[in-house]
Write a protein that binds this ligand. Structure first.
Ligand code: MF3
Ligand code: CO
Length: 251
């Protein structure tokens, strides 16, 4: 399927959608601490999204039962919030959130430290975030999609981490998941040409150990097979003829 190119009007709506999501993430980040449950995060997130007159796009997506994906430690993505899962000092927690504003989706993820964490865990979080920024150096019109994938892989590989292969980033717009798929590991093919007006959710998922993942019994929660910590960082990005515009980040 063709990759959609957004009009000026659509880009304005994507910008507003992203701005609201950014503010939701900022509040959720301030809320993270030892002693809260992963469901507390989901409830606050849903409340904030609705308070802006927006719709949580993850809720009921293919049956997903919550608004915010909350993934702790070896959980990679799509953790289901639970009132029984209490965050502990030393945990790392990935929050993946998205919303719909006037028909336009935004999607972003952050990984946070819960209280004091190990130096190794903090490095994983920081390097996962940095890999996104390494990738988007290539996110401009005229480049190929996989230039982004290759840059993320080149940066992460030096640390010996596992780049999750079973899940990828994606186009985004009037749907949460649009073409193209955006792998975070090196590709032989160049992928499609990037054009101004494309909007992409770029989302490296990085394991401290091996890249292999498996699904828990709930059929949602993706975990690192070797039990190692995993981090996730994502923004919705607008391709332009010059620098990309990160729609879910205040600059
Ligand atoms: N950000 C997630 C992704 O792109 C969306 C989660 S869909 C849900 O895969 F159903 F798990 F919420
Ligand atoms: Co996404």
């Amino acid at each position: 399927m063709a990759i959609s190119v957004k009009s000026a009007r659509e880009i304005d709506l994507m910008r507003e959608s992203g701005k609201i999501l950014c503010s939701v993430h900022d509040e959720l980040g301030r809320f993270v601490r030892p002693g809260i449950s992963t469901m507390d995060i989901d409830q606050l997130g849903e409340k904030l999204i609705r308070a802006h007159g927006c719709i949580p796009n993850f809720l009921n997506y293919n049956g997903y039962p919550a608004s915010i994906c909350v993934s702790v430690n070896e959980e990679v993505v799509h953790g289901i919030p639970s009132k029984h899962r209490i965050l502990q000092e030393g945990d790392i927690v990935s929050l993946d959130a998205g919303l719909i504003y006037k028909g336009y989706h935004s999607d972003a993820a952050r990984t946070y430290a819960v209280g004091q964490i190990s130096k190794e865990a903090q490095q994983l979080i920081d390097r996962t975030k940095q890999s996104f920024f390494e990738g988007i150096k290539y996110a401009k019109a005229g480049n190929h999609l996989h230039d982004i994938s290759n840059a993320i892989d080149a940066y992460i590989s030096q640390f010996g981490y596992g780049i999750v292969r079973d899940l990828v980033g994606h186009g985004i717009g009037t749907k949460l998941h649009e073409d193209p798929q955006i792998p975070n590991f090196a590709q032989k093919r160049r992928g499609p040409l990037l054009q101004a007006g494309m909007t992409l959710a770029i989302e490296p998922m990085i394991n401290m150990g091996r890249y292999d993942v498996e699904w828990l019994e709930d059929d949602w929660t993706v975990v690192a097979e070797d039990g190692s910590y995993s981090a996730h960082y994502e923004n919705t990005v607008l391709i332009t003829d010059t620098e990309p515009e990160i729609l879910t980040l205040e600059v």
